[in-house]
Design a protein around this ligand. Sequence first.
Ligand SMILES: Nc1ncnc2c1ncn2[C@@H]1O[C@H](COP(=O)(O)OP(=O)(O)OP(=O)(O)O)[C@@H](O)[C@H]1O
Ligand SMILES: [Mg+2]
Length: 196
Amino acid sequence: MRILWAFPDVRDHLRRCRAKAVPIQKRSLPHVKQVLAVASGKGGVGKSTVAVNLALSLAMHAEHAPRQRPRVGVLDLDIFGPSIPKLMALEDAEEPRLTEGKPGAMVPLVNHGLPCMSMGFLLPKSQGTDSSTDTPVVWRGLMVQKAAQQLLFDVDWRDPESDAELDLLVIDMPPGTGDVALTLAQLVKVEGEDAS
Ligand SMILES: Nc1ncnc2c1ncn2[C@@H]1O[C@H](COP(=O)(O)OP(=O)(O)OP(=O)(O)O)[C@@H](O)[C@H]1O
Ligand SMILES: [Mg+2]
């Protein structure tokens, strides 16, 4: 970089780029009050198991009277190997429907009282089965960010009956610090991220 800086043309160009750079604004997710991400650098350590059990136990939080129990949802951001359909027994469920309006938002599938969204609900079913677990997908470059953004921002988490928002969304992350983790970190405010 220092060598490049020695060239006046390059230096001017870099200065112009820096002046134009606009910091990315973090947004909150539509109809979600708080976001909690379950992540780890290593695969197979129990993230999805923890995410589902955490969401279920928080949804049944005993300190609140039944009517005031928090609304908790689960978002499976592991687009490379979604586990939430299996863990939530939603493998054979139909594709999520879309809300009215253009463009429509995806409506989460619900089991055990937990609204869930996963790439596993959106992939075509494998031949001869009702499940998409074994459907192979080649994820390339920007497709990963686009898919992660759609799962983050294009889901309507409101209760269809009461219109209540989610108090907490538990996100099951893929292993590592790749594009999905970067997309979440750049675009979304997550609980505890400012803690040092
Ligand atoms: N506390 C635990 N003790 C023993 N086995 C566990 C525990 N938690 C999860 N497992 C098992 O470990 C395996 C991996 O769990 P899980 O799929 O939740 O991990 P993961 O971190 O989400 O994996 P990946 O990185 O592939 O998404 C599963 O077979 C699960 O049943
Ligand atoms: Mg997992």
